[in-house]
Write a protein of this length. Sequence first.
Length: 345
Amino acid sequence: MSKKEKRKVLLLLAAMLAIIVVFGIVMTLLEKHMPEAAVTDAGFLAEDVLVQQEEAKGSVLLGGKHYDYTHEYETYLFIGTDDTGTSENENYQGSMSDFLLLVVLDQTADTYSFLPINRDTMTDITLLQKDGTGKASAELQICTAHWYGGSEEQSCENTVEAVSHLLGNIPINGYYCLSMNAIPELNHAIGGVEVTLLEDFTKVDKQMTKGRSMTLTDSQAYHYIHDRYGIGDEENISRMRRQQQYIQAMFKKARRQLKENKTFLYTLYQEMEENAITNIKGKKVSRLAKEMPQAEEKGFYELEGRFELGQALGDGINHVEFYVDKNSLIQVMTELYGLKKRNGD
């Protein structure tokens, strides 16, 4: 190699060395002025970890906005009907729903909650024909949903649809319907329920004085849950409080019985089978019987709103109408189902 070529190589090496030195100085200065990167427990830089949102299991539409929920839920509607209808197949006529209770099971969090629904709640009701068809609807008291349809099953399904619609089209997994006339049989099957009387019932039973704690006999249970006129202020909201009190005490007793006898709930289901209209199968009841003793009860929730007198029923008589407050509906549903408002909605 000539002297000239050696000189070119030496100059090239010197240039490369200078570039490396300058690059090192620049990187040192940058490190001093950059914030320290957070490192996760797994050893990855925090800014490199993509935080993924939980997958939505379903959604509801409330107040024109979509809300998602991420837990697994099972929701069941319990219906108590009055004796205004008839169950004869040829001349079937549905009844009014005096009692509506939603039971919400959070399978993810292992909890359950109750949402009673006032029978006078105003919502869209599908006006089913006797053959089970019909697209027309009207804003009526939710208790009237059971009046429409050509069979007991159709009446129950129409009631489920009305409740689901009221609550933003929340899925309802099943229904269990009893006539209020079957309360004595239910009370007997569970062995009586102890309550502290919220109202005075001495007109029907001298033992039933307000404030007395007692285990209700079958007849007493019927009057306590069913009666309204001639009792206290005669308002349905007062009867709902008694129904809520009875149901809560009954569930607590059922849980105690389940811990002692795992077949108790299924046995109760069988004993009431002739009185009930339901699409909840025995296998599901057995599964729920295994889960409920370990689940945590979150209690009862209440939808707030305003009462008015109106003639929505079209019979020329003023009837009580209950209009649910939209903010209360969103708040209660959020607490029950852990709703999250959908981004951009």
